[in-house]
Design a protein around this ligand. Structure first.
Ligand SMILES: Cc1ncc(COP(=O)(O)O)c(C=O)c1O
Length: 360
């Protein structure tokens, strides 16, 4: 079975929109895209022109960083766009399904629902202050439902754990010739585990999602990547909007890979991990904290007595954390991103003041 067999039958020969930039490049007098002939007076980036569909310099930097070839990577408008493209390219609306493991990142289900596809849940199991995947149950869920795709987020959002390499190997083996396995590594840079990218050669039914939104500190630039077999990348490219990446974003993002900037990002990751350990210990010691879940990412999932009241108390004092009320298994938890040392200190002080006020 080829990965192309998983593509929607009606899209297998689809070549997508032939934009002006795709049809012809080069030349000096550009009269092909109905752009304004002159830029705005305040514009020094020539934004009167459409950007490159796949900005070459950024794409080269991403391929170099993730050690993949140009035909294995598609630059996307954040990994949110990659998730949407995958669902639209593979799933027949009203017929196909995807498998997720709740509680997990909400966009997999949102994209599936917007595309009239069923969402099959093979939930995480909760152990001693950590969640984990049930690999046999996930394989069984795909087979039982003939699902087109399984999304797995590792490190997992919002629960924080990483998938062990042996478990990923078992999953890929069990789903060979069954479905596309999408490993979302949005938080991969914070993890001790190696990226799943290395398994691509042996597993054409694997796709890996990457983003510059987390460890590269560029959430506002909206740059993600989907890395997969070249044949799948070609199909996704045909399904993508003509000019998804804005020129200012592409030019800014490419700077993230300059050696000095990259080493600063790596330093920031180390600092975040050190802060995470300090914050986890401090939270654990608070009387209203019932559990701090093991985390391999830049956030902590924390189970509280009175999570809702604490979330409200923090918000009233200007500290915004993420409520988990929409996930039944962790409705009594808050997800807390690791901030700067002073932000984390402010969080702890406010939690202490909540405790004093509620026991006064
Ligand atoms: C697991 C996961 N995947 C993808 C995304 C979306 O990332 P992007 O900003 O690249 O669209 C997020 C954002 O929070 C996330 O947590």
């Amino acid at each position: 079975m080829s990965v192309l067999d998983l593509i929607r039958p009606d899209l297998r020969q689809f070549s997508g929109y032939l934009s002006a930039r795709k049809q012809n490049s080069g030349g000096a007098v550009w009269l092909n895209a109905n752009e304004a002939a002159l830029p705005q007076a305040f514009d020094n980036q020539q934004l009167n022109r459409y950007p490159e569909p796949q900005p070459q310099a950024l794409k080269a930097a991403l391929c170099d960083y993730y050690a993949v070839s140009a035909d294995q990577l598609l630059v996307t408008r954040g990994s949110d766009e990659a998730i949407d493209l995958l669902v639209r390219a593979l799933c027949v609306p009203g017929q196909d399904s995807i498998v997720i493991q709740s509680p997990t990142f909400g966009m997999y289900a949102v994209c599936a629902k917007l595309h009239a596809c069923q969402v099959i849940d093979s939930p995480l199991s909760e152990g001693d202050e950590r969640f984990d995947w049930d690999i046999p149950a996930m394989i069984e869920a795909v087979k039982r439902n003939g699902s087109k795709m399984l999304f797995l987020c590792s490190p997992a959002n919002p629960t924080g754990q990483s998938l062990a390499p042996e478990a990923l190997e078992r999953l890929l083996l069990g789903l060979q010739d069954q479905c596309l396995v999408v490993i979302d590594e949005a938080y991969g840079e914070y993890s001790r585990n190696a990226s799943a990218i290395a398994l691509l050669e042996r597993s054409p039914h694997l796709a890996v999602l990457k983003t510059l939104s987390k460890a590269h500190a560029l959430a506002g630039a909206r740059i993600g990547s989907v890395i997969a077999d070249a044949s799948l990348i070609a199909v996704l490219k045909a399904c993508q909007a003509p000019y998804p990446i804005s020129k200012p974003s592409a030019e800014l993002a490419v700077q993230a890979f300059a050696p000095g900037n990259l080493s600063r990002s790596h330093q920031a990751i180390r600092e975040c991990l050190a802060e995470r350990a300090i914050l986890a210990d401090a939270l654990q010691a608070l009387p209203m904290v019932r559990a701090v879940f093991a985390s391999d990412a830049n956030f902590l999932l924390v189970r509280f007595n009175e999570a809702e009241a604490i979330g409200r108390y923090l918000l009233e004092r200007g500290i915004v954390v993420r409520a988990m009320a929409q996930y039944p298994a962790i409705a009594d938890c808050l997800r807390i991103s690791i901030g700067t040392p002073s932000e984390n200190k402010a969080l702890l002080q406010t939690l202490n003041s909540y405790h004093r006020a509620s026991h006064a």
